[in-house]
Design a protein around this ligand. Structure first.
Ligand code: SF4
Length: 72
């Protein structure tokens, strides 16, 4: 099972939290972050990062396309 990951760079606030916490998943470009890859193995830490992103810009989906995070 793999998940998909994306960052809405139009809403990203450039806090750098995600890239600072998980540089293996995110790269920071000065004013916004992007995922290094479109897919990742299931990783609870990344769900937590998506939940805590101040812009709710990190979107994680499962293989069926169901949204896993950010969680309500
Ligand atoms: S945590 Fe959210 S707002 Fe901060 S850099 Fe990452 S995607 Fe952007």
């Amino acid at each position: 099972m793999t998940w998909s990951i994306s960052v809405d760079t139009t809403t990203c606030l450039g806090s750098g939290i995600c890239a600072g916490s998980r540089p293996d998943i995110f790269q920071f470009h000065g004013s916004y972050a992007e995922p290094i890859t479109d897919h990742l193995d299931p990783d609870e830490d990344v769900l937590d990062l998506a939940d805590t992103c101040p812009a709710a810009a990190i979107l994680i989906r499962d293989e069926s396309g169901a949204e896993l995070a950010p969680r309500p």
